[in-house]
Design a protein around this ligand. Structure first.
Ligand SMILES: [Zn+2]
Length: 401
């Protein structure tokens, strides 16, 4: 998995000081990978190790050439004096790959271990296509970004894969989903891993959006938060006590299937009147058909709403209200301090968010409504792709292998 010269489970370490040193090194490496760049003091805080131990591990890693050091000018004292030194992995220490399958696209990015994006590529892709062609396209795009970044495949420490469907955490298989019909039952991480010859971890898109916003976006520094992806489907990624919460089988956060109307339209999940049947973008587009006389894409819905079309504005506001009903329950259950709203519909911004906030305030317990702030995604359409990178860089073990 890593190429930092330590193999914690190789059985080659002898008991005692060597084991302890290897364990300390692994902790410092993991903490620095998560942080991207950090001072020695920050690493001591993150690992719980003493400053002396951290300094000795850092010295060893510097000698082997995997760490670089620079002055943290942003943290320099206004009264002068030496600015703190920031450590990060050198380019040669390795690279990570993130892959995001959306409803209509496939995106791939490569980054180094200090969290800098080295290259990125995208191509149109339909999720209706069989897993076979999706996986083949992913392999091609991974090769393209590695070539562009000048990174040999052997330097890749891991691949994070995001799919717009539920992943069973026990079997690693893609669960039943009408968004990903060609993928049901496929062990996506295993399949892609064997094609690439690299370790792959997989998670669903809403969870990856949450992970990205937690590490680099609107939820940075928060410990209890939720990321809502509002697009064709509606899903939530839950951050509980600073970690992604998956539930026992990986199905936690399926907020799109909260029932709002028992006699409402039949949902793809088999129930009736789920939030998704009322506020997912296909439902909104369908509602507008009598007025527009045709079916439109979400992008056009957003443009028409921005240009003042009353029906388009109304359906988006009503979607916000419906989502707010489900979010109010989420607030009462988890008492989050932050809800980040992403996905394509979040580009409507306050047109969607104001009615959503209003419903949360009307329907959640006053104390939980008071605690929560509801904001738009900071990372926009790249949230899921960055989350796939975070799966490798910042949260080892979060996904399913
Ligand atoms: Zn449903």
């Amino acid at each position: 998995m890593t190429n930092f010269g330590y193999r914690p489970d190789s059985g080659l370490m002898t008991a005692g000081a060597d084991t302890r040193r290897a364990r300390n090194r692994a902790r410092v490496v993991a903490a620095l990978r998560e942080a991207g760049a950090a001072s020695r003091a920050e690493l001591a805080r993150r690992t719980g190790l003493s400053r002396t131990t951290v300094a000795s591990v850092v010295a060893e890693l510097e000698r082997s050439g995997v760490l670089v050091e620079r002055a943290d000018d942003a943290a320099a004292s206004p009264r002068g004096g030496r600015p703190p030194r920031l450590l990060s992995f050198s380019r040669s220490a390795g690279a990570a790959i993130g892959i995001d399958f959306g409803k209509r696209h496939l995106r791939v990015a490569a980054s180094d271990l200090s969290h800098a994006i080295l290259s990125e590529a995208e191509r149109p892709m339909l999720t209706e296509e069989p897993a076979e062609s999706g996986l083949a396209a992913a392999v091609e795009l991974v090769e393209e970004v590695l070539r562009e970044a000048g990174v040999p495949r052997a330097e890749v420490v891991g691949v994070g894969l995001g799919l717009p469907g539920p992943i069973d955490r026990r079997s690693g298989r893609v669960g039943s989903s009408s968004i990903l019909p060609g993928w049901v039952g496929v062990r996506a991480a295993e399949e892609l891993g064997s094609r690439l010859g690299l370790p792959v971890e997989v998670d669903n898109d809403a969870n990856l959006g949450a992970l990205a916003e937690l590490h680099w976006g609107a939820a940075e520094g928060h410990t209890n938060a939720a990321y809502l992806k509002v697009a064709t489907g509606i899903g939530a990624g839950l951050i509980v006590d600073g970690r992604l919460f998956h539930g026992s089988g990986g199905m936690a956060g399926e907020i799109g299937h909260t029932i709002l109307d028992e006699h409402g339209p039949v949902c793809r999940c088999g129930k009736r009147g789920c939030l998704e049947t009322l506020a997912g973008t296909p439902a909104l587009v369908e509602l507008l058909r009598p007025r527009l006389g045709r079916s439109i894409r979400t992008a056009e819905l957003l443009e028409l709403a921005a240009s003042g079309d009353s029906a388009c504005r109304r359906v988006i506001a009503d979607a916000g209200r419906n989502i707010g009903m489900a979010v109010a329950t989420l607030c009462d259950l988890l008492n989050p301090e932050l809800i980040v709203v992403g996905g394509e519909l979040s580009r409507a911004d306050d047109l969607l968010l104001d009615p959503l906030r209003e419903q949360v305030h009307r329907n959640a317990i006053p104390a939980t409504a008071r605690d929560v702030e509801i904001v738009a995604s900071m990372l926009g359409p790249r949230a899921e792709l960055l989350g796939a990178l975070a799966l490798v860089l910042a949260d080892p073990g979060a996904g399913v292998r």
